[in-house]
Design a protein around this ligand. Structure first.
Ligand code: ZN
Length: 123
């Protein structure tokens, strides 16, 4: 019983023991984001970001949600999601900072949220 819990946590930490994946998870802690946005924030090519997202999704750490032609990624709900949240301590998910909590607008990003005139949550 306990051994299973430790195995599960070890697996989780192994997956999170990667700076890029950790940053992705930290970004998703505040809000769902699409691949093009994550690619702009991380300054990495989309195929690379997609690959990391696939690893995290296959492991059940994140889930994808289709909205029109875009796919948004967010942290999984339930126990796995809670464990991920409890481990994350990065600055990207700190919603106390920045004028637009949840979504960091990136100049030149082509995602629908960044090309929008204003942040919906500011209203
Ligand atoms: Zn964007």
């Amino acid at each position: 019983m306990h051994m299973d819990t430790y195995r599960e946590q070890a697996n989780l930490l192994r997956l999170m023991g990667h700076p890029m994946r950790l940053q992705i998870l930290d970004l998703l802690r505040s809000d769902d984001e699409c691949v093009c946005h994550l690619s702009a924030v991380l300054d990495k090519p989309q195929p690379y970001v997609s690959q990391q997202l696939a690893v995290l999704r296959n492991a059940g750490l994140i889930v994808d949600r289709k909205a029109g032609t875009h796919v948004y990624y967010g942290l999984a709900n339930g126990r796995t999601g809670q464990q991920v949240r409890s481990v994350l301590r990065g600055p990207a998910g700190d919603t106390e900072q920045g004028h637009c909590p949840g979504h960091q607008q990136i100049a030149g990003c082509c995602c629908p949220r960044c090309s929008a005139e204003s942040c919906a949550r500011d209203a």
